[in-house]
Design a protein around this ligand. Structure first.
Ligand code: PGA
Length: 251
């Protein structure tokens, strides 16, 4: 049995004060939520205050990026040591916005994934096709290349700490959700690719989240698909009630 995992990706939103308001609301809403793993990924500047707030709750702390290096002259970067000091457990890597705007390639995502696993942080590794890929019938080849590239050289044992997020780029922040059939088909495909890479057992244990305009009103339908094990939530994670409703849809 795979425990569903719902993660909120706050992106570049929320000042410290706003982050506190949101997490206080979430603590109330999710007080008795045990069957689903709920993760919040605030911006770096709010990790400390949010982490302090959730220290004695079931809610886990994640962040949105990490350097592939240990320390040194890397202006603007944040290391695994700095994140672990703040009790960060999960790190989103290879989000399509980082791939698109900051030119992160599978090579770099893979370096970061390896570093995260080596340092006992759990990567949430994002993959997903663009609209033109889907329209050209290339969804599977694009997603397969990202999965194989971003997760190269990860062992079956290490896969226990990996989460994959399938996020069709055309569905992110657009209000266009993949239908549950479209999403399920790609999730099943990804699990098959992982099985080919590291074996069926590791693939069966892997949690694969869907991301892209997941909202309280479509979450249940998506989460009821056999290969959809959670969600990576952007817009709807910025409001305590709507994020909590999605978490509860996974119960
Ligand atoms: P969205 O974002 O829920 O706003 O579409 C999802 C994501 O980018 O992770």
């Amino acid at each position: 049995m795979r425990k569903p995992i719902i993660a909120g990706n706050w992106k570049m939103n929320k000042t410290i004060e706003d982050a506190l308001t949101l997490i206080e609301g979430l603590k109330l809403e999710l007080a008795d939520c045990m069957d689903v793993e709920a993760v919040v990924c605030p911006p770096f500047t709010a990790l400390k205050v949010v982490g302090d707030e959730i220290a004695d709750t079931q809610i886990k702390l994640g962040c949105q990026n990490m350097s592939s290096e240990d320390d040194g002259a890397y202006t603007g970067e944040i290391s695994h040591t700095m994140l672990k000091e703040l009790f960060v457990k999960y790190v989103i890597l290879g989000h399509s916005e980082r791939r698109e705007y900051y030119k992160e390639t599978d090579f770099w995502v893979n370096k970061k994934v390896k570093k995260a696993l080596e340092k006992n942080l759990r990567p949430i590794v994002c993959v997903g096709e663009k609209l033109e890929d889907r329209e050209a019938g290339n969804t599977e080849s694009v997603v397969e290349a990202q999965v194989r590239g971003s997760l190269a050289d990860i062992t079956a044992e290490q896969f226990k700490d990996v989460v994959v997020a399938y996020e069709p780029v055309w569905a992110i922040g657009t209000g266009k959700t993949a239908t549950s059939e479209q999403a399920q088909a790609v999730h099943k495909f990804i699990r098959g690719v992982i099985a080919d890479m590291v074996g069926q057992d590791a693939a069966d244990g892997l949690r694969i989240q869907y991301g892209g305009s997941m909202k309280p009103d479509n979450a249940k339908e998506l989460l009821s698909q056999p290969d959809i094990d959670g969600g990576l939530i952007g817009g709807a994670a910025l409001d305590a009630r709507s994020f909590a409703a999605i978490v509860k849809a996974g119960m």
